[in-house]
Design a protein around this ligand. Structure first.
Ligand SMILES: Cc1cc2nc3c(=O)[nH]c(=O)nc-3n(C[C@H](O)[C@H](O)[C@H](O)COP(=O)(O)O)c2cc1C
Length: 198
């Protein structure tokens, strides 16, 4: 059983045959601009849920857990110390040439969930987007803050299938990345990484 599983796993392709070129000489100064380029490219390449990512959190004792979530927004934002749900323009409008702007990567969940409890005690997390059709991964690490009740209520009301009832436990969070790494698989196995430290 395990021998046969091992062989079947070895036989599966790691990446598709045709992979996009990642030109490191033309990367924008702002990682959000690069993320949005890659996001649009992933959508056009048929990635069904390019807004889905894995979120890793940990307890105060360092016990780690992860799960898939949906990205709700990327907003220009103040740093973690003063994060709030301001009405700053969307990061999507930032020009490629601009230097990195502080940005908040929004996700939502129940504050009473395991991740909610873990973020309450240890407000740091890692996000990982993986787009298999194009052999690309984007990972982020940063501090997490909570957005206010009005922003969280709006996020609840905007969910697909929302039925009008309220859910005060639904919480909008913002991750403020200090590291973002873009990773491109390459057929010759010289995979390409581009890292931003913010
Ligand atoms: C593709 C995908 C997207 C998901 N998006 C969300 C989401 O945006 N918010 C959420 O609370 N759970 C979402 N879930 C469910 C979570 O993965 C998870 O099961 C749930 O939030 C409970 O996690 P926890 O017990 O670790 O807190 C999603 C699951 C999948 C597979």
């Amino acid at each position: 059983m395990s021998e046969s599983l091992r062989h079947r796993l070895r036989a599966l392709p790691d990446f598709p045959d045709h992979l996009p070129f990642f030109d490191l000489t033309r990367t924008p100064a702002d990682p959000v601009a690069l993320f949005l380029q890659w996001f649009e490219h992933a959508l056009a390449a048929g990635v069904p849920q390019p807004h889905a990512f894995s979120l890793a959190t940990a307890t105060v004792h360092g016990v780690i857990s992860s799960r898939m979530l949906i990205l709700k927004d990327i907003q220009a934002a103040p740093g973690p110390a003063a994060a709030s749900s301001g009405s700053a323009p969307s990061a999507a409008t930032e020009a490629d040439a601009l230097p990195p702007q502080p940005a908040a990567w929004h996700f939502a969940s129940m504050c009473t969930s395991r991740k909610g409890e873990e973020l309450n005690g240890n407000p740091r997390a890692a996000m990982n987007f993986y787009w298999p059709q194009v052999g690309r991964q984007v990972r982020l690490v940063g501090a997490v803050t909570t957005l206010d009740a009005a922003a969280s209520a709006l996020a609840w009301a905007e969910r697909p299938g929302a039925d009008g009832h309220e859910n005060p436990q639904w919480q909008l969070y913002a991750l403020h990345p200090t590291e973002i790494e873009f990773w491109q698989a390459s057929a010759d196995r010289h995979h390409i990484r581009h890292r931003y430290e913010l």
